[in-house]
Write a protein that binds this ligand. Structure first.
Ligand SMILES: NC(=O)c1ccc[n+]([C@@H]2O[C@H](COP(=O)([O-])OP(=O)(O)OC[C@H]3O[C@@H](n4cnc5c(N)ncnc54)[C@H](O)[C@@H]3O)[C@@H](O)[C@H]2O)c1
Length: 371
C-alpha cells in the first residue's frame, strides 16, 4: 500500500502523523511511504530522517494526496484540503465530525473511507487514540489556566497553589475522564483545591481511590455544577459523549455566577464545548472574554507541544495504521472491532450514530457495510 503523510496546515499545527521509526516499519512490511517535504520539521524530524527510514519525500501536498492509497494525518482536513480527498482514499486522522457539519458533508461527498482516531473504541469503552492527546491537553489545561489567571493576561491575579497563609485557587473540572484526570492531577500537584464532577459513579469511585486529598469528587448534576462554578477560579471543560456533540452544562446566564477574571479552559471545544459561550480559538489568538470570564478554547491544544504530542500520538496510532496498510481497511476492521468503530464514513454512507444524530443524517451501521 502507498501511505501518505502530508504536512499539517491547520493554524500553528506542528504535529506530524508518522515519525521516521514508523515509516521504517511500514517500509519493512513492503509498503511505500510518501512524506511531504517539511512535514516533520515542527516536531523535530528532518526530511533526511524520513529518507534514511526508506520513505520518499515529496515536494507538495497535492502529489502526496494524489499518489497515496491511505492518508495518515493529525487534524481533520480543512477546506483547502477537501478537493484532495478522492473516493479511493482511506483517510486516518482526527475528524471530530459531530462539531462540524460542513466537514461531514464534504467527506461524505468525497466518497472516501474516513476513519476517525477519536471513535476507535476498545470493549472496555476506552478510546485508545484519543487518550494520548487527552493526556497532553488535560495537563496543558492547567498550565494555560494558570497563565491566564495572571493579572497581565487579564485574569484574577491568583496563584493556583497559593502560599502558606493564603488560600490556593479553586479548580473545577467538568468530566473526570482522561482530560479531567490529568488536569486534576496537575492542579492538585500545584496545590490548588480541586473539584471533579462526573456522571459516572464508577469513575468517581475510582478517582476517589487514586486522587490526593485536595481533590473532591462530586456527582455532576445541575445543582452541583452551579455551586461549583460559583467557587471556581479555573473551570476546565472535559466532558465527552463519544462521537456526539458535547452537552452544554454551563449556559451564558450561568457565567454571571462566576467570579470576574475567572478562567474557563474548555478542552471539549473540539466536540462543541460543554460551556454554551465556547467557540473554537487558535494558538495565535487563544482567548476572549464573556461576562468577565476569560475563555480559552483552542481546539488543537497538543499542537503547541509538538515534540511531546507527536511521539505520544504516533505511539498509539501506529499499530492501527500498520494493520490498515497490511490488510486493507475492510479486513483490518473485520478483525478488529475497535478499529471498525473508528470508521465514520464509507463513500456516501455515514457509519457513526452520534454524527448522524447530530445532523439528522441517515445512519448505516458499520457491520452492515462490512457485511
Ligand atoms: N482541545 C483539544 O486540544 C483536545 C485534546 C484532546 C481531547 N480533547 C477533547 O476533550 C474532551 C474529553 O476527552 P476525554 O478523553 O477526557 O474523554 P473521556 O471519555 O475520557 O472523559 C469524558 C468524561 O465525561 C464524563 N461525562 C459525560 N457526561 C457528563 C456530564 N453531564 N457531567 C460530567 N461529566 C460527564 C464521562 O463520564 C467521562 O468520564 C473530548 O471532547 C476530547 O475530544 C480536546
Amino acid at each position: 500500500m502507498i501511505v501518505g503523510v502530508p504536512k499539517e496546515i491547520k493554524t500553528a499545527e506542528n504535529r506530524v502523523a508518522m515519525i521516521p521509526a514508523g515509516a521504517e516499519q511500514l517500509v519493512a512490511h513492503g509498503h511505500k511511504v510518501l512524506v511531504q517535504k517539511g512535514a516533520g520539521i515542527g516536531s523535530g524530524f528532518e526530511d533526511e530522517a524520513y529518507k534514511a527510514a526508506g520513505a520518499t519525500v515529496m515536494a507538495s501536498a497535492d502529489e502526496v494526496w494524489a499518489e497515496s492509497d491511505m492518508m495518515v494525518k493529525v487534524k481533520e482536513p480543512i477546506a483547502e484540503e477537501y478537493p484532495r480527498v478522492k473516493p479511493d482514499h482511506v483517510v486516518f486522522t482526527y475528524f471530530h465530525y459531530a462539531a462540524d457539519e460542513t466537514l461531514t458533508r464534504a467527506m461524505l461527498k468525497s466518497g472516501a473511507v474516513t476513519i476517525a482516531y477519536e471513535t476507535v473504541q476498545l470493549e472496555t469503552g476506552e478510546l485508545p487514540l484519543l487518550t494520548p492527546m487527552s493526556e497532553v491537553a488535560g495537563r496543558m489545561a492547567v498550565q494555560e489556566g494558570a497563565k491566564y489567571l495572571e493579572k497581565t493576561f487579564g485574569g484574577r491575579g491568583i496563584l493556583l497553589g497559593g502560599v502558606p497563609g493564603v488560600p490556593s485557587a479553586e479548580v473545577v473540572v467538568l468530566g473526570g475522564g482522561v482530560v479531567g484526570t490529568h488536569a486534576a492531577k496537575m492542579a492538585a500537584g500545584l496545590g490548588a483545591r480541586v473539584i471533579i464532577l462526573d456522571v459516572s459513579l464508577d469513575r468517581l469511585r475510582y478517582l476517589d481511590d487514586v486522587m490526593p486529598a485536595n481533590v473532591e469528587l462530586v456527582y455532576s448534576n445541575r445543582v452541583n455544577i452551579l455551586e461549583a462554578i460559583e467557587r471556581a477560579d479555573l473551570l476546565v471543560g472535559a466532558v465527552l459523549l463519544p462521537g456526539a456533540k458535547a452537552p452544554h452544562l454551563v449556559s451564558k446566564e450561568d457565567l454571571k455566577l462566576m467570579k470576574d477574571g475567572a478562567v474557563i479552559v474548555d478542552v471539549a471545544v473540539d466536540q462543541g464545548g460543554c460551556v454554551e459561550t465556547v467557540r473554537p480559538t487558535t494558538h495565535e489568538d487563544p482567548t476572549y472574554v464573556v461576562e468577565g470570564v476569560i475563555h480559552y478554547c483552542v481546539a488543537n491544544m497538543p499542537g503547541a507541544v509538538p515534540r511531546t504530542s507527536t511521539l505520544a500520538l504516533a505511539n498509539a496510532t501506529f499499530a492501527y495504521a500498520l494493520k490498515l496498510a497490511d490488510n486493507g481497511w475492510q479486513k483490518a476492521c473485520r478483525e478488529d472491532h475497535a478499529l471498525a468503530l473508528g470508521v465514520n464514513t464509507v463513500g456516501e454512507k455515514l457509519t457513526c450514530l452520534g454524527v448522524a444524530e447530530a445532523f439528522g443524517l441517515d445512519y448505516t451501521p458499520i457491520e452492515v457495510v462490512l457485511g
